[in-house]
Design a binder for this molecule. Structure first.
Ligand code: GLU
Length: 472
């Protein structure tokens, strides 16, 4: 028997309500935060081959408490208004949690990108951008899109070019979109940012001795076994970085074509190469294929990482989860119904609005770079390098010992843009984790990390509204 499941937006609203009972803000203020401030649904014609296709698309600005609003654009045949509203709402909470000063937004274009040629996708993207422009739904101080499921830096470059064509004289025009190619006013480290943030978030969780003890695990991410569902941008970087920098062991990977398993570990980088060559993860050396559609969810492991789309873990399959931790790399992969079942089982869920916030965090750095018209590190790299060099020489003189050139270069190196981006991202994820854990540990009646994260977010958004004087 199939169970009637809550819609994605209803799921987000239910989680909101669950957190709202723990905080003390006027009902009107909470209602204002909860609702979507502006929903723009559009239909536009695009010439595909010899005929015209009417494309359905959306941009939802969930909260105007801070401007610009911010959030990705999704290309998927599953796009609908409820989904875009849910994703926009999550962006508001996500930005608040990681102290990125934006309101939340999201865009969606209802197409299967694989069914179109690049020049057709370009036409669709450019026309969508024009529709946004017509209603003042895009601009560096208004609403700043970014990549999401089905889009990447190529689409962001088309968006910027279309925007700049219309707003040529605008000095900050390049800040109208983030996730651009580095050569076109993007920032180093944006592509890996979401996956890298997921790694930092999981590492912090695994370092929390109290939480690890509560689920019968020892502290530290090294040696923890994980299953990754979805090998897109987020899943691939999460896997490779967690493996290379954290010694996490990926024992299972699931993609559209099926699931593979190897208890000894799957090298994610090699697997990505293998899939590029063969078009599938199935048959990857050393791994075994699991044939059941839901088999990925049943694999025995410490951390299950859904990194694809929403609602993959739902009321129908939640009871099959064997993992002790679920790391929500995707947006909304666990429905509110599933969450109730999982919490009952004692599973720790690391919520999306914190765990995958690395993408928007580095988008914020890119936007800052665009507005300041200068690359991070340009002013201070050499100065720092010279200062460290002088310190080194003094130490050598004082001690009478000298270091090898290799050691010297390592110690005196000034930071490049990528170093600063990674450092800013790590600082952000660690700080936010600590804020969430503080609420989790302090509030006696809060028993899950999502509610704790929501409380952090709602308090910050509410404080902004109060400062604005909207709710005296
Ligand atoms: N689409 C990403 C997300 O869901 C990134 C948004 C952004 O960088 O604005 O967080």
């Amino acid at each position: 028997m199939s169970i009637k499941q809550a819609s994605f937006f209803e799921s987000v609203q239910r989680n909101f309500d669950k957190a709202a009972v723990h905080i003390n803000h006027p009902k009107g203020l909470l209602d204002q935060i909860k609702t979507c401030n502006a929903v723009y649904q559009m239909q536009f014609p695009v010439k595909i081959g010899n005929s015209y296709q009417v494309i359905e698309a959306y941009r939802v600005q969930h909260s105007h408490h801070r401007l610009p609003t911010k959030g990705g654009i999704r290309f998927s045949h599953m796009v609908n208004q409820d989904e875009v509203m849910a994703l926009a709402a999550l962006m508001t909470y996500k930005c608040a949690i990681v102290d990125v000063p934006f309101g939340g937004a999201k865009g969606g274009v209802k197409i299967s990108p694989r069914s179109y040629r690049p020049e057709e996708l370009e036409r669709i993207t450019r026309r969508y951008t024009v529709e946004l422009l017509r209603k003042n739904f895009i601009g560096p101080s208004v609403d700043v899109p970014a990549p999401d499921y089905g889009t990447g830096e190529r689409e962001m470059a088309w968006i910027l070019d279309t925007y700049a064509t219309f707003k040529g004289g605008e000095i900050d025009a390049v800040g109208c979109v983030t996730g651009k190619p580095v050569a076109q006013n993007g920032i180093s480290g944006r592509t890996e940012a979401t996956g890298r943030g997921v790694y930092y978030g999981l590492r912090e969780l695994c370092n929390d001795a109290k939480i690890m003890k509560s689920i019968g695990l020892t502290p530290g991410i090294a040696g923890k076994t994980a299953v990754i569902q979805g090998l897109g941008n987020v899943g691939s970087y999460t896997g490779t970085i967690a493996q290379e920098e954290g010694d996490m062991v990926v024992v299972g990977v699931s993609e559209m074509e099926g699931t593979i398993y190897n208890p000894k570990g799957i090298n994610v980088k090699d697997l990505i190469e293998f899939r590029k060559k063969t078009g599938s993860i199935i048959g990857f050396p050393g791994s075994k294929e699991l044939k059941g559609k839901q088999d990925w969810i049943k694999i025995e492991c410490d951390i299950l990482i859904p990194a694809a789309l929403e609602s993959t873990i739902n009321a129908e399959n939640a009871s099959m989860v064997k993992a002790k931790i679920i790391g929500e790399a995707a947006n909304g992969p666990v429905t509110a119904d599933a969450e109730a079942i999982l919490l009952e089982k004692g599973v720790i869920i690391v919520p999306d609005m914190f765990l995958n916030a690395g993408g928007v965090t580095v988008s914020y750095f890119e936007w800052l770079k665009n507005l300041s018209h200068i690359r991070f590190g340009r002013m201070d790299k050499r100065f720092n390098q010279n200062t460290y060099g002088n310190i080194m020489s003094s130490v050598e003189k004082l001690t009478g010992k000298s270091m090898s050139t290799q050691e010297k270069n390592m110690i005196t190196r000034g930071a490049d843009e990528i170093d600063l981006v990674r450092s800013g991202l790590e600082e952000t994820m660690v700080n936010s984790f600590n804020q969430i854990i503080e609420v989790y540990n302090k509030k006696k009646r809060v028993h899950d990390l999502r509610t704790a994260a929501f409380i952090c977010a709602l308090d910050k958004v509410a404080a902004d509204y109060l400062t604005l004087g909207v709710f005296p």
